[in-house]
Design a protein around this ligand. Structure first.
Ligand code: C5P
Length: 207
């Protein structure tokens, strides 16, 4: 059983993916972390973000078990991840790793931008999670402030819109719902309501 979740930044797909994995007893891979880990390694070594060969070399040595969202969650790394995510050769390398994760074991939940369209087109259930940009920016601002990290709503809103635009308009694997994805707009939902709706969608798909 494979559950695919896609959607824009801060749509809540990561939280939902973790909750669905726990609920259905499946492993979970946040594929955004694979792009973030490559970006972080390039930044740390002062290497250019546009050099595809170098990025592919880093991707080949990625250890999926060592990905840590806390270390990779900074704004700078997210921005760099979305810039290297346009490199087709790098995408092929990471998609390979992600498919391997999805296909080994009993099943898995993967979240990202192209899971339902490219990584796991035959997934058991596909969900496309959205929310209005203002709602996503508010959640992200509250989350950062909650951790004691100062965050400005207007700046976050501009950043999210820029990243959405880049992710939706790149040539290779742009962010978009798969034709058979179930849309879940969480703008007016709290986490619990979104989770219950997602479980319903997956249970319908299993039937
Ligand atoms: O979801 P997250 O913010 O961690 O992703 C960081 C960036 O990685 C995204 O903005 C996107 O450009 C890229 N990404 C992608 N395909 C995925 C997951 C993430 O292109 N499956």
């Amino acid at each position: 059983m494979i559950i695919a979740l896609d959607g824009p930044a801060a749509s809540g797909k990561g939280t939902l993916a973790r909750q669905l994995a726990a609920h259905f007893g499946l492993r979970h891979l946040d594929t955004g972390l694979t792009y973030r880990a490559v970006a972080a390694a390039l930044l740390a070594r002062g290497l250019p973000l546009g050099d595809e060969e170098v990025a592919i070399g880093v991707a080949r040595n990625l250890d999926l078990g060592a990905l840590d969202r806390n270390q990779l969650s900074t704004h700078e790394i997210g921005e760099a991840a979305s810039r290297i995510a346009v490199l087709s050769g790098l995408r092929r390398e990471l998609v390979e790793l992600q498919r391997h994760f999805a296909q080994s074991g009993k099943g898995a939940v993967l979240d990202g931008r192209d899971i339902g369209t490219v990584v796991c087109p035959d997934a058991t259930a596909k969900l496309y999670i959205t929310a209005k940009p203002e709602a996503r920016a508010k959640r992200r601002t509250d989350e950062l402030n909650g951790k004691g990290i100062p965050a400005d709503f207007d700046e976050i809103l501009v950043d999210l819109k820029r990243r959405d635009h880049r992710d939706s308009n790149r040539e290779d694997s742009p962010l978009r719902p798969a034709k058979d994805a179930h849309l879940l707009d969480t703008t007016e939902m709290d986490i619990e309501t979104a989770f219950r709706s997602a479980v319903d969608i997956v249970e319908q798909a299993i039937k």
